[in-house]
Design a protein around this ligand. Structure first.
Ligand SMILES: [Zn+2]
Length: 127
């Protein structure tokens, strides 16, 4: 029988939560990015992201895909230089999304502007 050993009180001696990561986590989380995406960004597991978010009491955000009929799912779609990576809570004007520009900048855009082709970069390019 193969022997599998689990540490009795494993808490991790090398905390991955260095100050800069916590800072980045807070920023990305408040931007409405998913735990999975943040995990990739920080090079950590999704579970550790969720655990940290819980410990920091950062609260829930609205990245869960919206099932309402008028919420068009734009996740991972590309519009010009922008790739949509997360849903942002609606404002009074409708659906908003977080998109990553080819230049690396994260920006919040309205779904209607994406559809109309009015927004196709973070502002670093014209058109
Ligand atoms: Zn850009």
């Amino acid at each position: 029988m193969p022997q599998v050993k689990f540490p009795k009180h494993f808490k991790g001696t090398n905390t991955p939560w260095l100050a800069y990561r916590v800072k980045r986590l807070k920023r990305l989380w408040s931007a409405g990015l998913s735990a999975g995406y943040i995990a990739d960004e920080l090079g950590l597991t999704r579970n550790s992201i969720i655990g940290k978010v819980t410990r920091l009491k950062l609260g829930d955000h609205k990245t869960k895909r919206d099932k309402r009929a008028n919420a068009v799912d734009l996740l991972e779609k590309r519009f010009g230089h922008l790739v949509v990576i997360a849903r942002v809570p609606n404002d009074s004007h409708g659906t908003r999304w977080t998109a990553r520009c080819d230049c690396g900048t994260l920006t919040t855009v309205r779904g209607s502007n994406l559809h109309a082709g009015r927004t196709s970069s973070c502002g670093c390019r014209r058109g």
